[in-house]
Ligand binder design. Structure first.
Ligand SMILES: [Zn+2]
Length: 457
């Protein structure tokens, strides 16, 4: 079957088939990993991804491309990919225990039963109506994932309980009108500072965001953990509030996050509706919509693709809210560092995402600090991270937030962290791993912040 035939059949599966169709699709899906050096296969994968036909869990890369395929489409899609290799169709073998291996092509099943994984998630809402979600009453836990309302309520309560150190800032509204929140955490000035007319040094700003991509739930757990550790003055963050003010957005894509709880656990983009007489797809990949070298490689023009870049840089209310707020704070906050939390892959990455032919000016310094971060992270539970620029380690992806923070805002220490794991669970990281993940990630971030040289004024 030719690729374009799939397109008509599969594009925007969700809106065509509705809730039951989607459930059916997920019930029979597996995740494959393709590892290949073949440029033909990689470009065939990139084409499938770009056109929105395949849900690739990350862009095609030589280190491995994970793709979600339902059993009904399995044979035809894999045939189509394999037909671009020299071996041709006769070589197709699909078996989790005996992958089709060769010099430059490996195909294996890494998640044989996606539905089973979804069911295993303790508090998973896929089969439960949202009304059964209990309110947190102001307390949050890190042994389960929490829906949007619980996290919003927790942040509102925190701002009430700790008025000296926290401020809840609404930076804008999502496409569906949900508030976008940023928690500012700032230590009140000490007696000494209060009395002295001249500060010894100025506090700098640290911006941390999570869940730009809806299905990457564990990133929100990390962001809320960081807020909790800082607000309760835990030893892990000791000294940091003397040097930095923190601005933390645990859910930058509230519409997508809500959708991932209500209907589709594996949703990635925002929820903007894009429709004309031909197509009716939803969502923009917000991490392809930021305005530094927007529209380059690795960002799709097709609105049905899961990496759809939008119709212009900052065309989306969510990315525009960040941009306008950061612009408003110009002169008020001296930004020291930016961390954007994603999953999965265990990678600590620097810009650039849009190109792999040039590196950022301060690349060596960025890597030095990143290595201090990953070393501290590994010391907690032994989790190994790779360090490098995102285009080198993963794939080209223009319009990412980290590129904008370095290229436009001018922040040297701008990092994308791909959290646990390396594909065993993928986006469906079990809640039993949340606690370890939040501890190690915060240890890494805290250590890297301590390694940034102090700027004297
Ligand atoms: Zn992501």
């Amino acid at each position: 079957m030719h690729i374009s035939t799939f397109a008509t059949k599969l594009i925007n599966r969700e809106s065509l088939t509705g809730r039951n169709g989607l459930a059916l699709f997920i019930n029979s899906s597996r995740v494959y990993r393709i590892v290949t050096n073949s440029s033909a296969v990689l470009s065939s994968l990139a084409e499938l991804y770009d056109s929105g036909i395949l849900d690739i869990w990350g862009m095609p890369s030589r280190t491995g491309t994970d793709i979600l395929i339902s059993s009904q489409e399995e044979e035809s899609i894999l045939m189509s990919i394999l037909s671009s290799t020299d071996r041709g169709k006769s070589d197709l073998m699909i078996n989790s225990s005996s992958p089709n291996s060769g010099d430059n092509f490996l195909l294996k099943v890494i998640i044989p039963n996606v539905k089973k994984l979804l069911d295993q998630q303790d508090q998973h809402q896929y089969n439960h109506p949202p009304s059964r979600v209990k309110s947190s009453g102001g307390f949050l836990t890190w042994n389960e994932y929490h829906p949007l309302e619980t996290i919003t309520e927790w942040m509102e309560n925190l701002a009430k309980f700790y008025p000296e150190t926290t401020t809840l800032i609404k930076i804008g509204e999502s496409w569906e009108g949900l508030p976008m929140h940023l928690m500012k955490i700032s230590a009140p000035p000490s007696e000494k500072e209060h009395n002295s007319t001249q500060k010894s040094f100025q506090k700098r700003g640290v911006f941390i965001d999570a869940t730009i991509h809806a299905r990457e739930w564990v990133t929100t757990s990390v962001a809320t953990w960081v807020i909790k550790e800082l607000v309760t003055d835990s030893p892990s963050g000791q000294g940091l509030l003397d040097r930095y003010d923190f601005y933390i957005a645990p859910i930058l894509n509230p519409d997508g996050y809500r959708h991932s709880w209500k209907l589709n656990r594996l949703w990635r983009k925002s929820r903007r509706s894009i429709s004309n007489w031909l197509i009716a797809c939803r969502g923009v990949d917000l991490n392809r919509n930021f305005g530094h070298e927007w529209g380059g490689q690795g960002a799709s023009r097709s609105s049905c693709s899961s990496s759809y870049r939008g119709n212009a840089a900052f065309s989306e209310p969510e990315t525009r809210a960040v941009k306008e707020w950061v612009e408003k704070m110009k002169g008020e906050v001296d930004w020291a560092a930016y961390f954007t939390l994603h999953s999965y892959g265990q990678k600590w990455m620097t810009p650039w995402g849009y190109t792999n032919t040039v590196l950022p000016r301060d690349y060596r310094e960025m890597i030095r600090v990143a290595r201090i971060g990953t070393r501290a992270l590994r010391a907690v539970h032994g989790t190994e991270y790779e360090v490098g620029s995102s285009s080198d380690m993963l794939y080209l992806a223009a319009g990412g937030s980290d590129d904008w923070w370095t290229g436009v805002v001018g922040v040297t220490y701008s990092y994308t962290l791909e959290l646990r794991d390396t594909g065993l669970w993928g986006f469906l990281l079990p809640s039993s791993q949340i606690q370890d993940t939040v501890e190690e990630t915060w240890a890494g971030i805290a250590a890297s912040l301590k390694a940034i040289p102090t700027r004297l004024v």
